[in-house]
Design a protein around this ligand. Structure first.
Ligand code: C2E
Ligand code: CA
Ligand code: CA
Length: 719
């Protein structure tokens, strides 16, 4: 009989446990020493002895539990050896003395104790009491005060128990109800209870909505069912409800034929509360009380299932620079802000809306698509944030996934909203990104690239190509730019346009650049050793590299290592880097320039800096990419590009800066550049980036050809 109840409890607990997975955090439920699990071990050790010792050690500190028994067996699973342990513990709480809880653990390699099973059963002592009571009554066929008293003596230890006997008819006055029951209900005695009732009867004890259930169970008894067990609520004197479990047996008086029920009524509220707390902790985020991701997903799934015709969208959002808020104002303020947002979500009135907190400052909301719903949410959130008392502007980024494919898992839908969010963050200009299929493939690519980059560097899958730079007056090569190429055995050729942004994003660019710089120096050294006229090589320096504290030392060490004059290693810094953090970049480039490295401002004209600021920047050469000038070939006079180019060149001459045009593809462009006095060019018109050997050959051939003019100045474009 008890067994079946134990199974019910076990099933529901197990169900929730499995549903929500992790054992982490459950130790919190230990507060009141009720159900304890989720302990995790730092020191994973295989072996039964060790595992048991470990469990014992960990459980020792858990008050107010008392371990009665631990045993375990060692098993081989496909994840390696695990120990399967049973723990039986009693809590010191009197109420729970009646329960043994058996946990079956697997100690896995991840050092977690995974609960495989949990079994709640009644305490053996109570079981005996119960059996004695029932056999006593059954044997004698009737109850008498004496036997009741002796039974009461036996159960006297259990404050929250009461032993009762009553007739089965509805509205029957109380036959025998142990005094403990009245105490449990907050009355001084049975008389105290009865004095408050017009017609005191058993039914009145039971909370109305539960009466039908109890009656049904009782009818079962009359139909000859062997025993009864039912959980229901009764109201206490102060109006509060408590959960009780009634376990009893129908007894027929052989002489009179009258049936009575003998039961034990147990207050199971603490157990219920524990279970509920357990469920709450599993489903809710501790800080904000909002649903956690799993619960959000489960709830949202249900809603989507039930509202097939409705269109939904999922909105993910986070706080911009949340870390800064934590750093500047302290974590308590950060937490307060998160709770503030949670409160906001609780008060939004959108039918069918679900929401939760994923982690840190990431929130998620799902709601039916309707006019202005999204705008309304976003604007009200922003208005609210503006009123959060903080000397800092709280801003958000948003990402939306419009639920178009309902076969996707909720997790996948959330991921799509998060992808849109991260794109919005990256873009900087848009506040709310909307998911489109492309985004996912670009993320996937980003992942693939990240997965392969380190191995590729180790296997030298990255090589440098050189793109020659020309002096159009003398029609000669004056140097080259090192451009990295990635040829992966499986991915094939990956274009820098794809992987450079990824590496800048994940920081790998610095390692790759150092490799490119080193290869370029090797090349320069080789040329010098072969007694060739050494033409400078320019290398790209990513804005990310500039944040390395070693950047200046890196270059100085390199030219020392290869014994090169620094003027041969030109550094290309993209124009936009100067805008990021002007003072820092200016400091670094000044130092580099002082060491003798020529500084080129790459992609000049791409729209960030003004000509005016040039006079303050440590720059030797402006590199103008024609594509930034919406240069329409074929109508030179008409284009805005031409006039911009003309003024840049004039201004540069004025400031004593060299200019090189890149992306030069046609003879018309060359003619125009020549006409405005732009002497140096780089582009497909002359040569694409080529392997190092090809470049060497090109230089050699040029030397042989009688093109060299009188009075050729020093090679290189720095002058
Ligand atoms: P960038 O520094 O502006 O390099 C010039 C890009 O323009 C190169 O593309 C080059 O192949 C291409 N190009 C040269 N002439 C022409 C032309 O006439 N027409 C057209 N349409 N394109 C031309 P690539 O090699 O694909 O590199 C793209 C960008 O990737 C580079 O732009 C640079 O920002 C970055 N990058 C390349 N190699 C490295 C590297 O080793 N380190 C770093 N940090 N960035 C690199
Ligand atoms: Ca460049
Ligand atoms: Ca460029």
């Amino acid at each position: 009989m008890e067994e079946s109840k134990a199974v019910t409890l076990t099933k529901s607990l197990l169900h929730d446990y499995y549903e929500y997975g992790s054992t982490l955090g459950l130790a919190e439920l230990m507060e009141e020493g009720t159900v304890a699990f989720g302990v995790h071990s730092e020191d994973f050790a295989v072996g039964k002895e060790k595992a048991i010792a470990l469990l014992e050690e960990e459980w020792k500190g858990i008050e107010p539990c008392r371990i009665v028994k631990i045993n375990g067996t060692e098993r081989q699973t496909k994840n390696g050896p695990t120990v399967h342990a049973h723990v039986i513990f009693h809590t010191n709480n009197r109420m729970f003395n009646m329960h043994s809880v058996i946990f079956m653990f697997d100690i896995t390699e991840s050092k977690r104790l995974l609960i495989r099973g949990i079994h709640i059963s009644r305490d053996a002592r109570h079981e005996k009491t119960y059996q004695r009571v029932s056999s006593d009554l059954l044997n004698r066929g009737e109850s008498n005060t004496e036997s009741q008293q002796s039974v009461m003596g036996l159960v006297a230890n259990y404050v929250n128990f009461s032993y009762v006997t009553y007739y089965l008819e509805d509205n029957e006055p109380f036959s025998y109800y142990g005094e403990d029951l009245w105490k449990m209900l907050g009355y001084a005695s049975r008389t105290a209870f009865e004095s408050r009732m017009v017609r005191p009867c058993r039914q009145q004890l039971i909370y109305e909505p539960d009466r039908e259930l109890v009656n049904e169970e009782m009818r079962g008894q009359l139909m000859g069912k062997d025993n009864c067990q039912v959980e229901y609520r009764i109201r206490r004197r102060d109006g509060s409800l408590i959960w009780v479990m009634e376990c009893g047996r129908a007894v027929r008086n052989p002489k009179t034929g009258v049936k009575t029920i003998s039961s034990i009524i147990t207050n199971i509220s603490p157990l219920k509360q524990t279970h509920e707390r357990f469920l709450f902790a599993l489903r809710h985020d501790k800080l904000t009380g909002l649903y956690n991701k799993q619960a959000f997903c489960r709830r949202t799934e249900e809603i989507l299932m039930r509202h097939q015709d409705e269109e939904f969208e999922i909105l993910a959002f986070d706080i911009d620079r949340f870390k800064v808020i934590n750093d500047l104002f302290g974590e308590a303020t950060g937490d307060r802000l998160l709770r503030y947002i949670a409160d906001f979500l609780r008060h939004v009135e959108l039918p069918l809306m679900t929401y939760g907190r994923l982690h840190s400052d990431h929130f998620i909301v799902c709601y039916p698509v309707q006019k202005n719903a999204r705008d309304h949410l976003i604007t009200s959130l922003k208005t609210l944030a503006a009123s959060f008392a903080l000397d800092y502007r709280v801003e958000f980024s948003f990402g939306v996934y419009r639920v178009s494919d309902r076969t996707l898992s909720m997790n996948a839908m959330c991921d799509r909203a998060l992808i849109a969010l991260s794109q919005a963050k990256e873009n900087g200009l848009i506040e709310c990104g909307v998911y489109i299929e492309d985004m996912r493939s670009s993320m996937v690519n980003e992942q693939v690239i990240t997965n392969h980059m380190r191995d590729s560097l180790a296997h030298q899958d990255f090589v440098i190509y050189l793109q020659p730079k020309y002096d159009i007056e003398k029609n000669r090569i004056v140097g080259a730019e090192s451009l990295v190429r990635w040829s992966h055995p499986k991915l094939g050729f990956v274009s820098p346009g794809k992987f450079i942004p990824v590496f800048e994003h994940n920081g790998f660019i610095y390692q790759l650049d150092k490799y490119v710089w080193e290869k370029s120096c090797e090349f320069l050294r080789r040329s010098l050793d072969l007694d060739k006229p050494a033409l400078p090589i320019s290398v790209n320096v990513s804005r990310i590299d500039l944040y390395s504290p070693d950047i200046v030392k890196d270059f100085v060490d390199l030219v020392r290592k290869y014994n090169l004059p620094p003027r041969l290693l030109e550094l290309e810094l993209t124009e936009s880097a100067y805008v990021d953090n002007p003072q820092h970049i200016i400091d670094i480039t000044k130092q580099l320039q002082q060491y003798g490295f020529p500084i080129l401002m790459d992609d000049f004209g791409s729209g960030y800096s003004s000509l005016n600021m040039l006079k303050d920047l440590p720059v030797d050469v402006l590199k103008i990419d024609l594509k930034f000038l919406d240069y329409v070939d074929g109508s030179p006079e008409a284009t805005r590009g031409n006039s911009i180019l003309r003024s840049i060149v004039r201004m540069a001459q004025w400031l004593d800066l060299k200019v090189i045009a890149e992306g030069v593809e046609t003879s018309r462009q060359v003619d125009f550049l020549r006409s405005i006095g732009c002497r140096y060019v780089q582009g497909y018109y002359y040569s694409k980036p080529v392997p190092v050997e090809t470049y060497e050959r090109m230089c050699r051939e040029e030397q042989k050809a009688p093109k060299r003019q009188q009075g050729a100045s020093e090679p290189g474009i720095r002058g």
